[in-house]
Design a binder for this molecule. Sequence first.
Ligand code: BMP
Length: 217
Amino acid sequence: NTCMILALDVTEREEALKIAENVREFVDAIKVGYPLILATGLDIIRELARFAPVIADFKVADIPNTNRLICEQVFKAGADAVIVQGFTGRDSLDACIEVASKYGKDVFVVSEMSHPGGAEFLQSAAEAIAKMAVEAGAFGLVAPATRPERVKEIRKIIGDRLTIISPGVGAQGGKASDVISAGADWVIVGRSIYKAESPKEAACEIAEEIQAELRGK
Ligand code: BMP
């Protein structure tokens, strides 16, 4: 367990595959979203799945029926998990979890976002979203590495019932070891790895920082 997920927001197929292959030993999963999938097509999910489990970050946020239709496509395409928004409510989340369960796959729920605007509206709902995610039987939450104190708070609410994956490390100012120590299970890292001169060395450095933090615990 490397406690790290690669956010692969590049828009060229070859580049995506090359980076995934280079850093695979340092990451436990690859998160793909609109930038890569809109640019290269849904097949990229199966291609990347050769290197690591793929988390499809579509931030699904619609009515239950549409969520169901979206999740069907995501899992048919070979994703191991989907990321959905929590603010759309319990029925919308239930629809995603129902489809994921049918495929034996996982749902991560965004409780609060890592950018400054994430504190404007969404943060006030984060605790309630976290509780809902537990009750609905989600696999995990997405919580901000830019605000480790919030991850700590969310961890108190969910105990060990959900996994926390945490974006905002590096480019957005968060520090991997800080958010792991605050209670995140995995950090999600994008630009600090895929824009580095050597993605492999960058991934290795963050992995070492995390392992040092875990040893110190
Ligand atoms: P980067 O390390 O380059 O900042 O990338 C972070 C990744 O996590 C991006 O794919 C972004 O869309 C995603 N993300 C985020 O940064 N904050 C959130 O609250 C939720 C996200 O999914």
